[in-house]
Design a protein around this ligand. Structure first.
Ligand code: GLP
Length: 263
């Protein structure tokens, strides 16, 4: 894992945008880049920065495909807080990606297990995800893989913890409106992406980040599964790094990053 501690949110977003840009440019020469997109508030600044690079620097997503991490079950796709709507409004509207090249679990599907299996197949048929952006929940979830999730799980339905429903309430009119059920890429599905980029901002994420990066690999903290992946970049601000025992070493390693080694 490469753990990068940046001064503020803007610097975190800029580095994540650099990683996505490198993937998009490299992927253009191959079969087209395949991006894994996260929702929640943390990655939104990355999408805004990519939108700026598209407008001002000509970064093109015309050949890109994208897969969402997760989706609420039972929320109409047209609802403004469905993750398909969020990605359409907060990412696709800012760049030139083909909206039909964005896939996500269908939260309105009648047969959730069949839709989950379709989704894993669609990712595999696209050749797998090149760069997967991830946020982290305060209870250590990634995607919507709540504590207790199998470390080799596939896309499936999950029941949100009360803590996650409370954390998500700010996006809805009332806490009761937050769905109980979701469909999420499993931890095994996420682990098949070639590069994982986990972002976290603010003191509220410090405990979850410490558990994910320095704690035991355990279903108790689903994000800790990133420790088993060969290529992970954790990009966090100072506040989110507050619980890390080896923060000084991570800063030292970043300061001495080999000049030939890119992101
Ligand atoms: C939701 C999403 C996660 C996201 C998390 C944190 O649970 N399913 O993908 O990481 O929220 O959200 P935020 O970045 O707003 O703290």
């Amino acid at each position: 894992m490469e753990i990068v501690i940046r001064d503020d949110a803007a610097a975190v977003h800029a580095l994540a945008a650099d990683i996505v840009e490198r993937c998009v440019v490299a992927g253009d020469h191959l079969g087209g880049p395949v991006l894994g997109l996260a929702t929640g508030s943390t990655p939104l600044g990355v999408y805004r920065e990519l939108g700026r690079r598209h407008r001002e620097e000509g970064l093109s997503f015309a050949r890109a495909r994208a897969f969402l991490l997760d989706e609420y079950v039972g929320l109409p796709t047209a609802h403004p807080q469905s993750y398909r709507s969020v990605i359409r409004d907060e990412f696709a509207a800012l760049v030139d990606i083909d909206p039909t090249a964005i896939d996500g679990p269908d939260g309105e599907a009648e047969d959730v297990p069949a839709e989950s299996a379709r989704y894993d197949r669609a990712i595999a048929e696209a050749g797998g995800i090149d760069v997967q952006l991830l946020g982290i929940g305060t209870d250590g979830h990634i995607g919507f893989n709540e504590p207790g999730s199998s470390l080799v799980s596939r896309t499936r339905v999950k029941t949100l913890t009360e803590q996650t429903r409370r954390d998500s309430a700010r996006f809805f009119d009332s806490a009761e409106d937050v769905p109980h059920h979701v469909m999420t890429q499993g931890l095994g599905t996420i682990g098949e992406a070639r590069h994982l980029v986990l972002l976290a901002l603010g003191a509220g994420k410090a405990d979850a980040v410490a558990a994910a990066v320095e704690g035991p690999v355990s279903a108790f903290c689903p994000a800790s599964v990133i420790q088993l992946h060969p290529r992970v970049t954790v990009v966090i601000d100072e506040a989110a790094a507050a619980g890390l025992q080896l923060a000084d070493y991570y800063r030292y390693a970043a300061a001495h990053k080999p000049s030939w080694q890119g992101w």
